[in-house]
Design a protein around this ligand. Structure first.
Ligand SMILES: [Zn+2]
Length: 418
């Protein structure tokens, strides 16, 4: 099967022109949902789908599906689907999302060129608002497709100026009907840039994801007493920031211990700290922190969260402060299906392309899809691990090699017996 690097590159480069941002180094683009740039990117994509003979459908949340139903395929059989997203973060790169969308299309074209006769229809998918930059949250289109968010809830989401997603999609002509149902897919695959350096370090063009990490977000508040920095003696203080400092180091220690003893993928981060009242001559009376814990094993997440709570208990006793702890977000790790991983591995072997098994530390649309059908996630190398940045780069030959793996796996999964 012949994946054509130039054809794939032309599409990704053409897509990069929509919302392109002038930068000194690299290639930047800003494509927010429901903007002019989004409309252009979507229209170009639909044209390319039609050029390849696919039937195009847009659903009620703007998800786009191009469906290939060759003579060999049973039109009523569950389809095999692949894709990603076309939106970006502000001044994002040109590969995060578009590689997955256009590699899926190139895979179908390669199957067509090679005369592959799939028993199932094959669908090429673009999900709406993956990055969550204009309308809350992220992974929005896939959440609706997986039934985790209702169409009504999604369409009612508003941006900062009060424009609803429904109005924004309508405005660019991409408010369709019905709902793409991910649970009806026989299998799903997504090719995405890795966004870290493991593949680059190993010199391997394709990574097969084992698990997408789970994530817990916690909110912590420590309350002491704001008082005069000069006239309050050390023994009389109740310093919220000093307590918070102990907490930060306790959490770091807990994560490091977990890494040494059990799971080297466990990570914990206090990424935000607000101190009040925030004056040089006032003892901090209040500290608000966030805690972000991730791993491919839920036990690690529970371990670190538990240690964080115990740290707060001891800070309360020793420092005469009160603490509050909330855990508004807890997303379990999502393993990829054996069937999809096997198909990707076999495709790599057949095409003589080295692959590497790794986990994903970042969330992707595949996370939602994996909750309702068999799903697989494939990574292409990211230069220096950089993404969400105009310096984001994946070599064209790596784009082509990973697309070859994707095409082989889709061919396998679209076979009657798989
Ligand atoms: Zn992405």
């Amino acid at each position: 099967m012949q994946v054509r690097e130039q054809r794939l590159r032309r599409d990704i480069e053409a897509n990069a022109a929509f919302g392109s941002v002038a930068v000194e180094n690299g290639h930047g683009r800003t494509v927010l949902t429901g903007t002019e740039a989004d409309r252009e990117a979507r229209e170009y994509f639909c044209e390319r789908l039609r050029d390849a003979g696919l039937d195009v459908r847009v659903d009620g949340v703007g998800n786009i599906v191009g469906r290939w139903t060759p003579e060999s395929a049973d039109p009523d059989a569950a389809a095999v689907a692949a894709g990603s997203h076309l939106d970006s973060v502000p001044e994002g790169g040109i590969f995060d999302g578009p590689l997955g969308v256009y590699s899926a299309l190139e895979a179908v074209r390669a199957m067509q060129d090679a005369g592959v006769e799939p028993a199932r229809p094959v669908e090429v998918v673009c999900f709406t608002e993956e990055e969550g930059q204009r309308f809350d949250g992220g992974l929005l289109g896939s959440a609706v497709a997986a039934g985790e968010m209702s169409l009504e809830t999604a369409l009612a989401l508003e941006d900062e100026s009060g424009v609803t997603l429904e109005a924004a999609l309508d405005d660019i002509g991409f408010l369709g009907e019905g709902r793409v149902a991910a649970d009806e897919w026989h299998a799903w695959l997504e090719l995405h840039i890795e966004q870290s350096e493991r593949l680059e370090d190993a010199g391997i063009p394709a990574g097969i994801v084992t698990t997408i990490t789970g994530l817990s977000r916690c909110a912590i508040e420590i309350t002491g007493e704001a008082n005069h920095a000069g006239s309050t003696l050390m023994d009389d203080r109740s310093d919220a920031l000093a307590g918070a400092s102990e907490f930060v180091l306790d959490v770091e220690r807990a994560a490091r211990e977990r890494v040494e003893a059990e799971s080297d993928t466990a990570v914990a981060t206090v990424g935000k700290l607000d101190v009040g009242p925030g004056a040089p001559n006032v003892i901090p009376g209040r500290a608000e922190l966030t805690l972000d814990v991730r791993d491919i094993e839920q036990e690690s997440i529970e371990y670190v969260v538990d240690r964080a709570k115990r740290s707060l208990d001891s800070i309360e006793t020793e420092r005469d402060v009160t603490t509050a702890f909330e855990r508004p977000w807890n997303r379990h790790p999502v393993p990829m299906s054996d069937r999809c991983r096997t198909a990707l591995e076999a495709a790599g072997e057949t095409a003589n392309i080295d692959t590497l098994s790794l986990h994903s530390g970042a969330a992707h649309d595949t996370m939602h899809v994996a909750n309702v059908t068999d799903a697989g996630l494939l990574f292409a190398p990211s230069r220096d691990g950089i993404s969400h940045n105009p310096l984001e780069w994946t070599e064209w030959e790596d784009c082509a090699a990973s697309t070859r793996v994707l095409a082989g796996a889709l061919t396998r999964l679209a076979d009657a017996d798989e």
